[in-house]
Design a protein around this ligand. Structure first.
Ligand code: GKR
Ligand code: MG
Length: 446
């Protein structure tokens, strides 16, 4: 044990990259997205890294966590994480809003700190033991190729905003240009899918909804299925449809929708878990969620109610180890493992690849926003998506090496931002003055 490396330093580096004007129920994506990297250095000279969504609160929580990490042996991983959990550092930095209807994804932030630190620790541990992170999780490495889906969005007209969205260029592939152009109709989305299919080989697609009337979003899903008959198609309106509407829109579409993601949520005194259970019974369709089963207690309620089939266990808010445990539960309990995502850099791409590699049994192709960020790597040899899959690198730890000059440039970009935290509503106000989030009102129906 005396040779076990000790953690000597913890750096917290917020970074930003460019994004397209993607639409969702919360508004529109800004021209920038922000993430935070945690870099842990150990006495063996290794660097472990993790990535999470960047919020100012999360960065404060991470700074408070550093004294509990620095000076510890990497073999004390479990004890460090238990201490952090017990310290409940997030409680000292209450979120501005706990109301899920105001900020549908705000609750994720509590676990982001644990998740990003755990990832960096696992990266160090893997390098010390000369094993990939996947080998240190739940079932160990059970696959080398991780299927991912083509995550499609409606895209707003960036010319109507004064934010510096990129124009893109089709020099390398038309995808890199198309991903910046307005896409509001079913035909536009099919065009995006064709380009993404050609570039990345996707077999399956997910459409982000909550933007148009449900009928238009279902029409888009149908158009995707018509164009890609073999594909598994899903739609995710982020719980913005009323239960009755969700049933009316989806019932009988077994031949179009492989599953539906958060079609409805809390309404009229019923919880999202209750309405999803009713939706499942009424339609017979499989249901995925990243909104109502995001911690063990919620998952327990969701499963008791038979509300879901596919927990989208994002390692950024479950932590890698807990998400891998969910994958094991799915395998034992005849559920299907899936993974949610947000805009991310290539360290997160590696995180989800290791999670997929350690997920036994049937998994549904994982979500990833990477195609919207592809070309903005922070590592020297970023993983890539080919044939709709990511191949796990044959390297210890996460298997990524940071490109520090790219990280520094992304950090400079972050520091230059006047609005640091994600605020899709603020961006949306550039298109529709006075626009405000309303969980049951599609973004463009104002
Ligand atoms: O990036 C987006 O706009 C998504 O809507 C994201 O924020 C969601 O958390 C997510 O991808 C989802 O599946 O709900
Ligand atoms: Mg979702």
């Amino acid at each position: 044990m005396s040779d076990t490396p000790v953690i000597t330093d913890m750096q917290i580096i917020p970074v930003a990259g460019y994004d397209s004007m993607l639409l969702n129920i919360a508004g529109a994506h800004s021209s920038y997205f922000a993430r935070v990297l945690v870099l842990l250095t150990d006495s063996a000279g290794h660097t472990g890294v993790g990535e999470a969504p960047a919020s100012l609160i999360l960065q404060r929580i991470l700074r408070d966590a550093a004294p509990f990490i620095i000076g510890k042996k990497i073999s004390q991983l479990n004890a460090m994480l238990t201490t952090l959990h017990e310290q409940d550092l997030a409680a000292k930095h209450p979120l501005q809003s706990e109301r899920v209807d105001e900020h549908p994804w705000s609750l994720e932030k509590h676990n982001n700190a644990l998740a990003v630190i755990e990832t960096a620790l696992l990266d160090l541990m893997g390098q010390f033991l000369d094993e990939p992170v996947a080998q240190l999780l739940g079932a160990g490495k059970v696959r080398d190729e991780i299927p991912v889906l083509g995550y499609l969005f409606y895209i707003a007209d960036r010319h109507k905003s004064d934010l510096p969205y990129r124009e893109g260029s089709s020099r390398e592939h038309e995808w890199y240009q198309l991903r910046h152009q307005t896409a509001l109709t079913p035909a536009d989305v099919v065009r995006l899918a064709e380009a993404a299919h050609d570039r990345y080989g996707f077999k399956d697609f997910k459409l982000k909804g909550g933007v148009h009337a449900g009928e238009v979003e279902i029409e888009t899903a149908q158009a995707l299925k018509k164009r890609f008959p073999q594909a598994r198609i899903t739609v995710d309106p982020n719980a913005s449809w009323q239960l009755d509407d969700a049933i009316r829109l989806c019932k009988g579409l077994d031949d179009v929708l492989a599953y539906v993601e958060d079609p409805c949520g809390a309404e009229q005194g019923y919880s999202g878990r209750e309405t999803l259970a009713e939706f499942k019974r009424a339609t017979g369709l499989r249901v995925a969620t990243n909104m109502i089963a995001n911690d063990w207690r919620q998952l327990n309620h969701a499963l008791q109610l038979n509300a879901i089939d596919i927990p989208l266990a994002d390692p950024h808010f479950w932590t890698l180890r807990s998400a891998a445990t969910i994958a094991q539960l799915c395998n034992e309990w005849h559920l299907t493992m899936g993974c949610h995502s947000n805009n991310h850099f290539d360290i997160s791409l590696a995180m989800l690849a290791h999670l997929g590699a350690a997920s036994p049994g049937e998994i549904t192709p994982f979500d990833t926003h990477w195609i919207w960020q592809d070309g903005q790597a922070l590592t020297k040899e970023p993983l890539h998506i080919r044939d709709g899959k990511i191949t796990l690198p044959d390297k210890p730890g996460l298997g990524v090496e940071l490109d520090m000059s790219a990280v520094e440039a992304a950090n400079r970009l972050y520091n230059s931002l006047s609005v640091k935290d994600r605020n899709d509503a603020l961006v949306m106000q550039q298109l529709i003055p006075g626009w405000a989030f309303s969980g049951k009102q599609p973004t463009l129906m104002r």
